[in-house]
Design a binder for this molecule. Structure first.
Ligand code: HEM
Length: 214
């Protein structure tokens, strides 16, 4: 895909008639949020339709999706260029917490999925936006997990708020995200990364739940 591929051609729910969907002078974070709102919503619905909080066995499948996604992008958090821009980036990883959640439930680590294919740091940042944002929505998931006996110290560690506070931790990320002096080409790559990340998680979700049904 060319870096100049127009945003409205990426298969995301955006049209030329949607006034908020137009590329604009909005900040980078808002652009990513609007760009991925449709794919986030269908992912959220797909996961909730699989009733991940009905019991711990079903929740473990959600952990498999999370582990495979976070493993696929683990090295992105170590990218030297990005770490020079985002001071706490490598400390934001949650892969180990997901692994501990699986261990709490007596589950083995899942086999890795195919590695994510971003090369440019700007595109990696788009993937990281998706992983970081998912921790914001995790406030809701943590509450649901309590109903099946899980909490921030057992089985739902990766859904816990950061010690700094969930909102504050997220805002510190989006503030840096918005402040980066990127070229239009780099901005396109950030968007492509976020779109691809959601597509990747959709695919993992389908694979995981289809295997359960089969
Ligand atoms: C059942 C599953 C999910 C539910 C119910 C859910 C729910 C939510 C909610 C309520 C928010 C907004 C939180 C706020 O503004 O305070 C949010 C944000 C977000 N979620 Fe999810 N989410 C789910 C799964 C996921 C997954 C699997 C991913 C990606 C791997 C993801 C990525 C994001 C991102 C990137 C944001 C930040 C959007 C932004 O403000 O820029 N979510 N989610």
């Amino acid at each position: 895909m060319s870096v100049h591929t127009p945003i409205q051609n990426w298969g995301i729910r955006m049209t030329m008639h949607d006034p908020i969907a137009q590329p604009s002078a909005a900040g980078r974070w808002q652009t990513l949020k609007v760009l991925t709102a449709g794919t986030h919503e269908t992912l959220d619905k797909r996961i909730m339709a699989a009733r991940p909080f009905e019991n711990q066995e079903r929740y473990a499948l959600f952990l498999v999706i999370q582990h495979r996604f976070h493993q696929a992008i683990d090295t992105y958090y170590d990218d030297a260029t990005l770490n020079a821009l985002i001071e706490d980036l490598s400390r934001r990883k949650r892969l180990d917490l997901i692994a501990q959640d699986l261990a709490d439930l007596g589950k083995m680590l899942p086999s890795p999925s195919e590695p994510a294919d971003a090369v440019d740091p700007a595109e990696k940042l788009g993937w990281i936006y998706v992983a970081e944002g998912s921790n914001l929505g995790a406030a809701f998931l943590l509450k649901a997990a309590a109903a099946i006996g899980l909490n921030a110290a057992h089985g739902a560690r990766h859904l816990a708020a950061h010690p700094d506070g969930r909102g504050k931790h997220w805002r510190s990320f989006t503030t840096v995200l918005d402040s980066l002096a990127f070229s239009p080409e780099q901005d396109d790559l950030v968007c492509q990364g976020a779109v691809k990340a959601f597509q990747y998680v959709h695919r993992l979700t389908d694979e995981t739940y289809d295997a359960m049904a089969g």
